[in-house]
Write a protein that binds this ligand. Structure first.
Ligand SMILES: NC(=O)c1ccc[n+]([C@@H]2O[C@H](COP(=O)([O-])OP(=O)(O)OC[C@H]3O[C@@H](n4cnc5c(N)ncnc54)[C@H](O)[C@@H]3O)[C@@H](O)[C@H]2O)c1
Length: 262
């Protein structure tokens, strides 16, 4: 827990400040990983960006950050990212696992290739990154891991069976690792976004949705009646990353405008 003296305003500032922390963020080229990287850097963290998309490189230059281009589905790559970060900065204090992909198909229509592809990124990749980072965190006695789950890891995701299955697995990885390291100073939590306006909303469809389609989705599916902004999820990631959330581990935090409240 953060040590502080002074009033509540300085407490709030101290627990939200990430100065000196080293944060590795996967899926940092786009969407919520990107928004999380910007916010963690803004709060003072040194950020290391990971993505399979090389567009992460110019973004890292803009942010004054390190970048690693490669796939989290490759465990050797994941081990290398963590090792290089520990060698250069001495530690990984925060790991944000936002890299992810989607398959839009009913279970009955999901091919072996689709099933394996989505598990290799959403589950294998996230697990490899956690495994690579958590040992060093436990040894140093400090660390915060934030995994991207989903509302569809909680409630069913019709038309997205494989995706929902991967997110259920993410939730269980999160809770199990949290228990394994609860006395090591390492916290492991997950954010469960609802319908957030990122490129993923349009991906793997025959044609990209129009603004009207997206508003119809929000009207139909989201109690608040609008899609989320990636920054609204990044705020929760930053909260989970820092000492403001010091009494939280193993938590699955929905950021879904009421979607799963029904
Ligand atoms: N958008 C939503 O509504 C929504 C809802 C719930 C959960 N999520 C989850 O949030 C996370 C972020 O999604 P987003 O909406 O920002 O998507 P996005 O498509 O904007 O970003 C995903 C990023 O992951 C990267 N990526 C994909 N495969 C990779 C791999 N093998 N190795 C490294 N990087 C890889 C992509 O290049 C991309 O930059 C994902 O885990 C997603 O499943 C999204």
């Amino acid at each position: 827990m953060a040590q502080f003296s002074g009033g509540i305003r300085s407490y709030t500032r101290v627990v939200n400040d990430l100065t000196g922390r080293v944060a590795v963020i996967t899926g940092a080229a786009s969407g919520m990983g990107n928004a999380s990287a910007v916010l963690l850097a803004d709060r003072g963290a040194r950020v290391v960006l990971v993505d399979v998309n090389p567009s992460v490189d110019p973004f890292a230059v803009e942010l004054g950050a390190r970048a690693h281009v490669g796939s989290v589905a490759d465990s050797t790559f994941c081990d290398g990212v963590i090792r290089a970060t520990e060698d250069e900065f001495g530690a990984v204090d925060i790991l944000v696992n936002a890299a992810g992909t989607i398959v839009r198909a009913d279970g009955a229509d999901t091919s072996d290739e689709q099933w394996r592809r989505i598990f290799s990124v959403n589950v294998d990749g996230l697990f490899y990154m956690c495994r690579a980072a958590v040992k060093g965190m436990a040894k140093r006695g400090r660390g915060s891991i934030i995994n991207f789950g989903s509302i569809w890891g909680d409630v069913g995701g019709p038309g997205h069976t494989a995706y929902a299955a991967t997110k259920g697995a993410v939730h269980q990885i999160t809770k199990s690792l949290a228990l394994e390291h609860a006395r090591d100073g390492v916290r492991v939590n997950a954010v469960l976004p609802g319908e957030i306006r990122t490129p993923m909303l349009s991906s793997e469809r025959e044609s990209p949705p129009t603004e009207e389609d997206l508003q119809a989705l929000a009207d139909r599916a989201v109690p608040m009646g609008r899609l989320g902004d990636p920054k609204e999820v990044a705020e929760v990631v930053a909260f989970l990353a820092g000492d403001a959330s010091s009494y939280m581990t193993g938590s699955l935090v929905t950021v879904d405008a009421g979607y799963t409240a029904r």
